[in-house]
Design a protein around this ligand. Structure first.
Ligand code: 26Q
Length: 809
């Protein structure tokens, strides 16, 4: 849709008046942002209605992406770009003396996710809309997203993320689409019309109110919907048993208990056990989502037993896996369909993606807890489990161990991954290696039983946000070289390969990077009051803080360099700025101490003038989507150094590649596929191979202590953790020391250290040859197209969902 500059000016001023009764000159940036965002939302409103009508009229198959997390970040710029009125907005505002950039910065990130899994869901929404695929998101409207991180005295301090404080311009509350979700109570069986039925009594009702957000497709008039559910108490004369006698305090308690359901996003804490609230959150949005799907479906007038032809439900990790039982409940109890028929419909409708092999991250819920919260759902899971075991014992009559391993309910726990696998027709991993590990190791029993269900869908990222929006200078340079076809067909970026050795193009690439590095340096100076040198290598590791991601390995290389520089301040290395950004789960003490260590090393290194500023370490507090968009275009080196086999895919690796950074990586997750695309010469690989890691885990034979004793560099570095030489108490980093030496370094930091240091040496050498380096940058950009989430989504659409593009013409 096209809107001219004068219209935008007029609409914007009108909006400032109607929303705030303010003139442009007196309005704050926040008000100006809200007015502009509201104007933009108005511009997409008509296409939003049209899209919905179009899908219904054409009876297109729709996919619903169920996810506990949608890490959207900011929406103003991406909506403006996707509508296609960026220049018009810019110049309209300019006429009014406003910089669009300043309004962009006034928007709070929608931080409804922890990391990769949540951001993937957001990239997928963008791709579905941009491809015209009828795709909806379904999740929770948390009042508080992932905590805001402050760094105080080097430590992470968590502050509530009150992202809705100034309201959320993008959402529309749909009171009339609210549904009821039932918790607790008892289930009573009874007979009616010769049929066994179940009545759910004394339950606690919760009202799920949907808030819809438009998901604007790129230049295609499609506007899909992300529906986020908010939990509200039942109001009116409902006779709520526990306080029907006028017990006021009970009523207030009930209200806050209900509201707690959509209050806050749980930080990724794999080891946290049995959180009642998390189970409630999961069932809450899953039940609300499925009820609303069924309602909409029925309006189409198609018989319920054809649901699977019109609806696909995608389960993002096990978090929404209770969807399997909820759909069964609705089909069997409410629609009165036979179990077998309901099961056929359910399994044809559901598909499940696995995002981790970390055993401690696989969700298990204690039966005793679960059945109190969801008594009818529990009965259904029991029946699914009973039938599944029966099936297994026909197939494996003499293998009770195998049946036990595969059971859904075992040892007093419900294994949600097993429920998801049994209840879906598709199970996928998120990168080739990860899928192979699922098939051959973690889920091998299931792969043996259901080989046809397993498939790989390597993750992707939306090139619209991560290249066109985040790096307009690079995007324009690409246009000037190969035209704009790549925007619709990202693999067309390959055509840049013919420029990889072109000295003029190389220097333009270098100039864009330098420009972005200065921009980042200015931002860091402004927001963190730290000076960084744009002529240094920007070496970046930004991701959740986790032991397996090995931020520690990065720190050890820095300490090693530091000690070398202390001995030889004239050592010939390119100056380097090591940039970190990471949030640690609030209860993950080791991870938090690693943050403290990074800041401690930063203080030590940055304040030591004897090393002549050759290395600098900075930790950027409160890493989030909008910060990633500023850092990634300026990065020279992308740190992807997880213990091989542990990182299912990684997605920041793809964002860096697309922005012309060179990757230093283990052969883990999607790094392997990045290497396949760019070739051995355009990536720096180090560390153990998957089979070596697997062999250590299986057969033992690793001694961290030997590496510590036999490598003088490691002796010194590891000792520094406990000898006070980092200028903190000698007990401060004892937990890190213990994890390495006394718990035998679960993630092989010491084992891969030497290999990593050498790889970092190669990076230094490569960077010194600026012609070679720029060629590498170009090769990375040119081969990043396959990692567009458009590509990933097309594969899901064709191979898993059976949906098709349906554009409004
Ligand atoms: C579990 C229980 C209780 C509270 C929180 C959680 C929880 C929350 C979030 C567990 C896991 C997550 C997120 C996991 C995640 O982001 N995984 C990443 O998914 C990416 C997308 O597929 C991959 O690229 C990464 O490799 C993977 O780590």
């Amino acid at each position: 849709m096209y809107v001219d500059k004068e219209t935008i000016k007029r609409d914007f001023k009108k909006k400032l008046t109607s929303m705030f009764a303010e003139e442009v000159e007196e309005a704050s940036n926040i008000h100006k942002y809200q007015a502009l965002a509201s104007v933009i939302k108005d511009y997409s409103a008509e296409n939003w209605m049209k899209t919905r009508k179009h899908y219904t009229e054409k009876r297109e198959k729709q996919v619903y992406y169920f996810s506990m997390e949608f890490l959207l970040g900011r929406l103003l710029m991406s909506n403006i770009i996707n509508i296609g009125i960026e220049k018009e907005c810019q110049s309209a505002l300019k006429d009014l003396g406003i910089e669009l950039r300043d309004l962009e910065e006034a928007e709070m990130d929608a931080g409804l996710g922890n990391g990769g899994l949540g951001r993937l869901a957001a990239c997928f929404l963008d791709s579905m809309a941009s491809l015209g695929i009828p795709g909806n998101g379904c999740g929770i409207r948390y009042n508080y997203g992932l905590f805001e991180q402050k760094i105080i005295d080097g430590y992470q301090v968590e502050v509530p993320d009150n992202w809705l404080r100034d309201g959320n311009v993008w959402e529309v509350r749909k009171q009339n689409k609210a549904v009821e979700v039932r918790f607790g109570g008892q289930v009573k069986p009874y007979f009616e019309d010769n049929r066994l039925k179940f009545s759910h009594e004394d339950y606690d009702p919760v009202i799920a109110v949907p808030y819809d957000m438009p998901i604007v497709g790129y230049h295609n008039n499609t506007v899909n919907t992300l529906r986020l559910w908010s939990a509200e108490p039942v109001t009116g004369e409902f006779d709520f048993s526990s306080f029907s006698k006028g017990e006021y305090t009970k009523a207030v308690e009930y209200k806050s208990l209900v509201e707690s359901i959509s209050q806050v996003l749980y930080p990724d804490d794999s080891r946290e056990e049995g959180r009642i609230l998390r189970v409630k959150q999961q069932y809450f949005f899953v039940s609300a989502g499925i009820q609303s799907i069924i309602r909409t479906y029925k309006k189409m007038g198609v018989p319920i037993n054809r649901l699977d032809e019109y609806i696909a439900i995608h389960i993002n990790d096990t978090h929404p896996s209770v969807a399997v039982a909820e759909l069964m409940r609705i089909l069997v109890d409410e629609e009165e369909i036979s179990w077998d028929e309901a099961w056929r419909i359910t399994t044809n409708t559901m598909a499940y993606t696995n995002h981790t092999i970390l055993a401690e991250a696989l969700e298990k819920w204690p039966v005793e807890m679960f059945k109190k919260i969801l008594p009818r759902i529990y009965m259904i899971i029991e029946e699914i489990d009973r039938r599944f075991r029966e099936e297994l014992s026909r197939r494996y009559p003499n293998d009770s161990n195998r049946i036990r391993r595969m059971a859904i309910i075992r040892d007093g726990s419900i294994h949600m991954a097993h429920l998801a696998i049994v209840g879906s027709h598709s199970v996928n991993g998120v990168a080739k290696l990860h899928t192979e590990i699922l098939k051959k190791q973690e889920l091998s029993d299931f792969y043996n039983y259901y080989p046809y269900k397993f498939n790989n869908k390597t993750n992707g990222i939306t090139h619209r946000r991560w290249l066109i929006q985040a790096n307009p200078e690079l995007s324009n340079l690409i246009d000037s070289a190969i035209g704009t076809k790549w925007i619709y067909m990202p693999t067309e970026l390959r055509r840049l390969m013919s420029y990889s050795k072109d000295r003029i193009f190389q220097s333009k690439i270098g100039a864009v990077k330098y420009h972005n590095k200065i921009k980042l340096a200015n931002y860091i100076k402004d927001k963190y009051d730290i000076d960084i040198d744009p002529n240094s290598i920007y070496d970046v590791q930004i991701k959740r803080l986790h032991a397996y991601k090995r931020q520690l390995l990065n720190v050890f290389n820095i300490l090693n360099l530091y000690y070398q520089l202390k001995e030889n301040p004239d050592m010939d290395i390119v100056p380097r700025t090591f940039i970190f950004g990471a949030k640690a789960s609030p209860s993950y003490y080791l991870a938090k101490q690693i943050i403290k260590l990074i800041n401690t090393v930063a203080a030590k290194v940055n304040n030591d003038i004897s090393i002549k500023g050759k290395i600098k370490v900075i930790f950027l507090a409160n890493y989030r989507v909008s910060l990633a968009e500023k850092i990634i275009p300026a990065a020279d080196v992308s740190e992807q150094i997880s213990t091989t086999t542990k990182e299912a895919s990684g997605t920041s690796n793809m964002k860096f590649m697309m922005n012309g950074a060179v990757t230093i990586a283990t052969l883990d997750g999607a790094n392997i596929e990045i290497k396949e695309e760019v070739g051995d010469d355009n990536i720096v690989i180090f560390g153990m191979k998957d089979y070596e890691v697997i062999n250590y885990y299986k057969n033992g034979g690793y001694s961290a202590r030997d590496f510590y004793n036999n490598d003088a560099r490691l002796t010194r570095i590891v000792n520094a953790l406990i000898d006070g030489s980092l200028n903190v108490s000698s007990s401060e980093f004892k937990i890190i020391y213990d994890s390495l030496i006394n718990h035998n370094d679960e993630y092989f930091v010491l084992r891969d250290f030497d290999s990593y240091v050498k790889a970092q040496g190669r990076i230094d050498e490569l960077y010194k040859d600026s012609v070679k380096w720029e060629e590498m940058c170009i090769c990375n950009i040119a081969n990043s197209g396959v990692f567009s989430s458009d590509n990933t989504i097309l594969q899901y659409s064709k191979e898993v969902w059976n949906t098709k593009s349906s554009l409004i013409l």
